[in-house]
Ligand binder design. Structure first.
Ligand code: HEC
Ligand code: HEC
Length: 248
């Protein structure tokens, strides 16, 4: 009996997803919710109307945070996020539904025509992709815009686009190097030492090292490297780009 349990525990750890969810459910949840989610004296059914009506995120939340004042404790801390996700997936199976696919819903390619047009602008004529990446493609002079839609609210997003210098994302400030012949080079500050300063060119292509004794001055710039392209686009192009950025 013990040996059989150990064997199944070992094979479960090599299985990702619903299979692992089942093992975890049987180990931790079954005692109160029943082997098939039918419910037991200490826990309610997980296959009844109310449990079926929980949205994916609510299902994850109730397992993560528990229900205060009931036998349903918070599992955050005892189980990892992935384990909770796998158990929730298995509960969906017990309910006769497909496994969870949180995130897949909105990370897949969108079919909203505004979002598609916005992506084309971003990667094309508006030139954003020379400095910004998403899905691991694009430049590195500006921050990656993955998850932007949930990171910035509408006001903060508009400010970042219309008035980039008002607040500068930490780590993405500009430096100006004034050379002995008077020319000024601007770029993203990368490294500094006693002897030299390194900046990344505005087009992102070159990392240039300037020896301090050979330049006139090295200054922090309080102006963003981000150009005012967005402010100069037409209203419908702005709408398209906004729709695309919010979908990230
Ligand atoms: C000690 C008993 C106990 C254990 C163990 C337990 N639960 Fe619960 N669970 C409850 C009780 C009681 C409720 C009902 C709480 C309430 O009244 O809202 C509940 C509610 C829930 C709900 C919400 C159902 C609904 O219809 O709103 C979910 C989902 C759930 N549990 C999942 C789990 C999972 C997954 C585990 C294992 C990681 C687990 N529970 C372990 C007792 C338990
Ligand atoms: C020359 C490089 C460059 C180009 C081109 C550029 N950006 Fe930026 N962008 C930056 C830098 C650097 C920052 C970070 C400094 C700051 O906050 O202004 C930034 C910041 C941002 C932010 C704020 C990100 C955050 O995490 O708060 C958004 C949104 C953004 N850019 C969108 C765009 C869009 C849309 C375009 C195309 C219209 C664009 N950028 C073109 C360099 C660029």
């Amino acid at each position: 009996m013990m040996a059989a349990f150990l064997l199944s525990a070992i094979s479960a750890s090599s299985l990702a997803g619903v299979g692992e969810g089942q093992e975890l459910y049987n180990a931790y949840c079954q005692i109160c919710h029943g082997i098939l989610g039918e419910g037991q004296t200490m826990g309610k059914p997980l296959t009844d109307g109310p449990a079926n009506r929980l949205a994916d995120q609510e299902l994850i939340d109730v397992i993560t945070d528990g229900r205060a004042g009931t036998g349903m404790v918070a599992w955050e801390g005892s189980l990892s996020e992935t384990e909770i996700f796998d158990i929730a997936s298995y509960i969906r199976n017990l309910q006769g539904k497909p496994a969870l696919s949180l995130g897949d819903d909105d990370s897949g390619p969108s079919d909203d025509p505004n979002v598609i047009a916005g992506a084309e602008l971003f990667n094309g004529s508006a030139n954003c992709a020379t400095c910004h990446s998403y899905d691991e493609k694009g430049g590195s002079v500006g921050p990656s815009l993955d998850g932007l839609g949930s990171r910035l609210d509408d006001d903060a997003l508009m400010q970042a686009l219309m008035n980039p210098s008002a607040t500068i994302v930490s780590g993405f400030g500009a430096k100006e190097v004034e050379q002995e012949d008077g020319t000024i080079v601007r770029g993203r500050f990368r490294n500094d030492s006693e002897l030299a300063v390194q900046i990344q060119s505005e087009d992102g292509r070159r990392w240039v090292t300037f020896f301090k004794e050979r330049v006139t001055a090295v200054r922090d710039s309080d102006e963003s490297l981000m150009p005012d392209t967005f402010a100069n686009l037409g209203a419908s192009e702005q709408q398209q780009l906004l729709a695309f950025l919010k979908s990230l």
